[in-house]
Ligand binder design. Structure first.
Ligand SMILES: NC(=O)c1ccc[n+]([C@@H]2O[C@H](COP(=O)([O-])OP(=O)(O)OC[C@H]3O[C@@H](n4cnc5c(N)ncnc54)[C@H](OP(=O)(O)O)[C@@H]3O)[C@@H](O)[C@H]2O)c1
Length: 247
């Protein structure tokens, strides 16, 4: 089998829906054991019940916020040692430049940058040799969209951190990579674009080289690849339908 995670333990913070849930399910299908975390208990319970069907045993879940470093560290320590840490869970609200204020700018970094950043740091003693970390940035780092200034800044910071962290983790035999998604059909966009999701998907999809927007399963395939391929580290992997080169 080219992709095999049997005997591996995978933690997914942000695993109750969207790309994280799809990744947790795919990892289970490849033989891993999985633990998930996110904020909302109801969705976690639903996700765990659905994942249990694949795992054939209960899948542990924890309610936490990625911004709450002690809670994240406790989750990490509780499931240690493990092989892969996957970090799609965070929240960045779109906000136009003229409406930006100090608090909302810092809040965005607190969630999507500092949350995963300290999770990596706190995972250091618990990651097994041969394992990896998968971070999430986004195509906005290189193809900016109005209203996503903070997303662009944070994504750029994550991309830069990925390359440096790969060096820091190399000594312990752990790889560090990032997925940079483009517009992907997940519940994130039900919230962010509740009023114009369909139009937005159609408008951007038709401009992309692949002619459509992405799916959570396609992002999960990228995460599985990054976990399984021991020769890939310091990589920022675009899963964006070619958005970086679209007209
Ligand atoms: N979907 C896209 O179009 C797109 C495009 C570019 C980049 N991305 C990036 O790709 C990653 C995954 O996105 P997605 O579309 O799968 O998101 P999603 O559908 O919103 O799913 C996010 C997951 O993370 C959890 N989560 C959200 N905020 C959290 C927090 N503060 N602390 C802990 N858990 C949290 C959610 O559960 P709870 O809400 O219950 O906590 C859920 O399990 C994110 O970094 C996102 O910015 C997505």
């Amino acid at each position: 089998m080219i992709f095999d995670l049997s005997g591996k333990r995978v933690l997914v913070i942000g695993g109750s829906y969207g790309m994280g849930f799809a990744t947790a399910r795919a990892a289970l299908e490849l033989g891993a054991t999985v633990a998930i975390a996110a904020r909302g208990r109801e969705k976690l319970e639903e996700a765990a019940a659905s994942l249990e069907q694949v795992a054939g045993e209960p899948v542990p879940w924890t309610a936490l916020r990625i911004e709450d470093r002690p809670a994240v560290a406790a989750f990490i320590a509780r499931h240690a040692p493990f092989d892969h840490l996957v970090l799609p869970g965070s929240t960045v609200k779109p906000i136009l430049y003229q409406d930006l204020d100090d608090a909302s700018a810092r809040e965005a970094f607190e969630s999507k940058f500092w949350g995963p950043f300290w999770a990596c740091f706190d995972a250091r003693p618990h990651l097994r040799r041969g394992g990896s970390i998968v971070l999430y940035s986004g195509v906005a780092a290189v193809r900016p969209v109005k209203g996503y200034l903070m997303g662009a800044c944070i994504n750029g910071a994550i991309n830069a951190a990925t390359r440096s962290l790969a060096l820091d983790f190399a000594a312990q035999g752990v790889r560090v990579n990032t997925i940079a998604p483009g517009l992907t059909d997940t519940p994130l966009n039900d919230v962010l674009h509740a009023h114009d999701k369909k139009e937005r998907y159609a408008a951007l999809g038709s401009r992309l080289p692949v002619g459509r927007i992405g799916t959570a399963d396609e992002a999960a395939q990228a995460a599985i690849y990054l976990m399984c391929n021991g020769y890939v580290t310091a990589e920022v992997l675009g899963v964006d339908g070619g958005q970086q080169v679209m007209d």
